[in-house]
Design a binder for this molecule. Structure first.
Ligand code: FE2
Length: 264
């Protein structure tokens, strides 16, 4: 199983400060059943999280060496979680943040309160014009999605994938995200999940979330969301989803990848 979103990387954001704690998080993730982890440190264009990809890569390589030496059976990848700002597309070549592993996908988040769908959609559209695709992180925690879950169809129709936090299925964030993730799962609007873990406790809640997710989405969909889709995303294959048709992204036309082509 792949965790596509977490803050395991030490000394980069509001996750662990020390490498030892990163290792403990990885051990807990592996115990929970995750054998591939996409590390996605925060990048906030307007601060306070401004560590560059170069800085993150140095820590990532060090962590990888430590994990390998400790014999922990896990594969690590590096990405970023990018906070919405209207000028995010202008920063793509700055080296401040990166895509998820070697894919053409940027993981985007937006403020939980007071943001607009239009703002984030604008960034998704501009990135698409540049040949990149987007993943919308934990929309179930965002007020404009809680008020109108259907709004996610606008994102999906632009080739944007939807990634929810499995913790939202527990009472970790409270009733609104829990209600919304259930709605999104029932509507078939979720492509992948992530832990968004900032501490190891997030992985200890996986069995509870797994059980609830299976019940809400149905066993086949849950397997697709938790296992098949993340693997395909990383491997550059097509995703299958019930979230409705998603049109081809510019990068698909350019032949860089066919990740953006999603049917039914
Ligand atoms: Fe996150």
């Amino acid at each position: 199983m792949i965790d596509m979103h977490n803050h395991i990387l030490f000394d980069t954001d509001d996750g662990p400060k020390e490498i030892e704690e990163s290792v403990r998080m990885i051990e807990t993730a592996v115990e929970a059943g995750f054998d591939e982890l996409m590390l996605t440190p925060h990048y906030f264009p307007n601060g306070p999280y401004l560590k560059t990809t170069k800085e993150n890569t140095e820590k990532f390589e060090l962590l990888k060496r430590v994990v390998e030496k400790a014999g922990i059976p896990v594969k690590l990848f590096l990405g970023s979680e990018i906070m919405y700002a209207y000028h995010v597309p202008d920063l793509v070549c700055s080296g401040d943040f990166k895509t998820l592993g070697d894919t053409c996908y940027f993981l985007l988040e937006t403020q939980r309160r007071g943001a607009t769908a239009e703002g984030l959609l604008g960034v998704v559209r501009k990135l698409e014009q540049m040949g990149f695709s987007s993943v919308f992180a934990h929309p179930e925690r965002v007020d404009f999605v809680q008020e109108e879950p259907e709004i996610l169809r606008d994102f999906i129709s632009r080739g944007c994938l939807i990634q929810c936090n499995y913790l939202s299925l527990t009472d970790y964030y409270g009733p609104a995200p829990e209600r919304t993730i259930r709605q999104l799962l029932e509507m078939g609007l979720v492509h992948t999940i992530g832990s968004d873990a900032h501490q190891k406790e997030a992985y200890e809640l996986w069995p509870q979330a797994d059980e609830r997710g299976k019940a809400a989405a149905g066993e086949d969909s849950w397997k697709r969301i938790t296992m098949d889709n993340p693997a395909k995303l990383l491997a550059g294959e097509k995703l299958v989803t019930e979230a409705g048709p998603v049109r081809m992204t510019v990068s698909s036309y350019l032949g860089k990848t066919d990740l953006g082509i999603i049917f039914e």
